[in-house]
Design a protein. Structure first.
Length: 223
């Protein structure tokens, strides 16, 4: 465990000194509420919670199908809009409005950002591994100062493959230049966590910043 009186003289256990922390983004670092997004952008379509949930399923397809291809960088916005409109019966203008509004709806989660700041102050290398369409990734890179805290990261749209596929984890290891056992991966989606563990990564399922803080303290990664 860490024993220290201040950040500047923190002493790290040799078992954790080289541990890198890898964050998922959606619902871990950034809030993502697609039902609220649709109720705001398509109020006539998503007039109730039930209707909003229906259109979330139709548009995002559990982040597979058309949206999965968008996440993987295999389809660009015009083709995505046309595909979703044709499949769902929505107007192309409606689909375009959702796609255009989505990046700004990814808002930082203050509790996680505060934990990242503490990890950075403790000398922990920070990385990210996120399923994210390219226009959304570029928006986050332009907009948020804490993106500079990361030592590196992988977006699915640039890797051309999504979590939980083995290939994206292998790609991330090469990008980070780290062995699997030197990584603690934090993701809100259980299948992604299990996929990482199967490949030798340490991994936690994110359910909130309070639980994550407890885990990080217990592991001696922050004080």
């Amino acid at each position: 465990m860490i024993k220290a009186s201040a950040w500047s003289d923190t002493l790290l256990d040799t078992s954790t000194v080289d541990m890198a922390i890898v964050f998922d983004f959606g619902r871990v670092v950034f809030d993502w509420q697609p039902e609220a997004l649709l109720r705001r952008v398509l109020p006539q379509r998503a007039a109730s919670l039930q209707a909003a949930a229906h259109w979330v399923d139709q548009i995002f397809q559990s982040y597979q199908g058309d949206w999965g291809d968008f996440d993987s960088g295999l389809v660009e916005v015009p083709a995505l809009v046309e595909r979703i409109a044709r499949r769902t019966g929505l107007d192309q203008a409606e689909v375009q409005a959702v796609v255009d509004a989505a990046p700004a709806s990814l808002t930082p989660l203050p509790g996680t950002v505060a934990l990242m700041e503490r990890l950075k102050a403790a000398g922990r290398p920070l990385y990210f591994l996120s399923n994210m369409p390219l226009p959304f990734a570029e928006h986050l890179e332009r907009t948020h100062h804490f993106m500079a805290w990361f030592d590196g990261g992988v977006f699915s749209s640039r890797a051309k493959v999504n979590k939980p596929a083995t290939a994206i984890f292998d790609h991330a290891l090469k990008q980070f230049g780290l062995p699997a056992e030197q990584i603690l991966f934090i993701d809100d989606h259980g299948p992604n966590v299990e996929a990482a563990k199967a490949l030798g990564w340490q991994a936690l399922q994110f359910v909130g910043d309070a639980g994550l803080e407890r885990e990080l303290v217990e592991r001696g990664l922050i004080v």
